[in-house]
Design a protein around this ligand. Sequence first.
Ligand SMILES: [Zn+2]
Length: 332
Amino acid sequence: MNLAASLIIGLFVAAVSLTSEEGINPAGTPPARISGSIDRRVAVTFDDLPGTALTPEQRCSSESLLAVSKRILAPFRREGWPVAGFVTESRLCEQLSDADLTGVLRYWIDSGAELGNHTFGHVDLNDETAESFIADIERGERVLQGLLQEAGQRPRYFRYPYLHAGNTREKWTRVRAWLGSKNYVLGVVTMDNQEWVYSSVYARAKARDDRAVMAEVMAGYLAHLSESVDYFERLSQERFGRNIPHVLLLHANALNADGIEDVVRLLRERGYEFESLGSVLTDEAYSSPDHYIGERGLSWLHRWSVDEGEQSALDPRESPRMRALFQTYGRD
Ligand SMILES: [Zn+2]
């Protein structure tokens, strides 16, 4: 992001408290929902269950993990909104048991969440063979399958870690064919973002009880999310001539545990209704062919377009200030 854009974001953060529920976007143009006729629906999805970018204490305490999930799910339970989660069973601290993992995941199921497989080890298909990647998907069903069976369900959705869907034609094709043979549905993402950068800094700041940085990161995160929603709405209009129902990628982390009420308010104020992942994926846009084979973790709005490489260079990025904090605090 260039200096001008970061200044605009800064102005946006300063302006948030002054704006009415009509909202404002970082580009300074009126929000598109003023037209009143734009369809705004989104499936909110959280990756890396039972939790990621948490403090070491949180990650190794079943009570803390459950508390993070409870805070993230609070508005969805309160309002009866649908939500989905993608499980990476290896994310559990080694000191915890399968029963601890089960406790967290059962809370999601009891909250009405659709749960999907996100591989066991959060493995990167860029670095794996098709065989080793498939073996890790199978391993990732170990606890999830039993739990979903109890609820009369089966693992139905799969999401690629890092949204890396195959950097060679052979891997792309073999994994996709295997998923199809197991009746897995791709947990496609249209609204991607840099939330993971903000969450990594936030977790470190929280571990140090650095309230000033926590507040700065949270404000920056919300501004970034708003900018990302603007951007992918525009992309949808360009590709489909309408705002398709979206799938938003977030993570089960401390940032969202503390900020979820602001996140859902931001989306609601833009006019979004929350829909289940299963419902959103029935939109005809999601049967568009995706052609991209490569290293990058792209939104499907790019994969459905022929010029995905050029477009994705314009994806909103974290602010320079957040990039500097990320480098100072280190990755989670
Ligand atoms: Zn992930």
